[in-house]
Design a protein around this ligand. Sequence first.
Ligand SMILES: Nc1ncnc2c1ncn2[C@@H]1O[C@H](COP(=O)(O)OP(=O)(O)OP(=O)(O)O)[C@@H](O)[C@H]1O
Ligand SMILES: [Mg+2]
Length: 248
Amino acid sequence: MLLIKNLRKTFQNGTKALNGVNLKINPGEFVTILGPSGSGKTTLLRSINGLENIDNGEIVFNNRKIDDNYLFYVQKKTGMVFQEFNLINNLSSINNVLSGLLNSSSKFLSMLYLFTREQKLQALQSLETVGLLDKAYSRTDQLSGGQRQRVGIARAIIKKPILLLADEPVASLDPKASNLILSLLKKICKEFNITIICNLHQVELAIKFSDRIVGLLDGAIIFDSQTKNIDINYVQNIYREENAGLTF
Ligand SMILES: Nc1ncnc2c1ncn2[C@@H]1O[C@H](COP(=O)(O)OP(=O)(O)OP(=O)(O)O)[C@@H](O)[C@H]1O
Ligand SMILES: [Mg+2]
């Protein structure tokens, strides 16, 4: 469903964030990207849905190369989940979920009351999927971190994406909530056949929930393996500072 070829990204200040990434993601896969801070995980996700301009290489989404004309469709079909949830905190859960139907949140406030009954039902359905129907009319700043992330997921799935990009979705959550969020993402992946690429720092969670794990270091892929074939000690090596820069 996604083919990334020789992807390179250098920021204006000269930082080389991605140094020739090649990656093929199959439909319905739950792929985790593991890698230390600064390895390029966020840049990779943001490049896929056009939030970063790439200098070199190409990204093929459902058999078509992404260009300016195709990007709108790609963004429509791609949901995003963030570490800090990115909710509008003084709004209810249902209104936050409805915002997932719009292209930008700046237009959102003025359009808040223009959603159809059908769209509101869709939002309630998304909240039901994440187990939060009873909080539909609660303000999101009155919810726990785990509940807020569930609203974030409901907002991402309301537009029925075929790809979900999750950038460290559990980084600000405790272990129990982290497990819950990742089980939920896995359920969404398998039940709705939504392909998921998830950036994580926790090796154990990656092994527990993903089909496949990709290791990123200094903007390059250093391993790419089905989870069942992975050796935990080997994976943990990428977090050992003394190994930074070495080829595995
Ligand atoms: N807007 C930017 N301008 C300049 N450099 C940037 C920018 N965004 C990221 N970088 C640099 O690009 C490299 C990759 O950053 P990125 O945020 O993709 O890493 P990451 O793996 O997501 O890290 P973390 O685990 O801390 O979130 C880093 O060296 C970072 O400093
Ligand atoms: Mg990041």
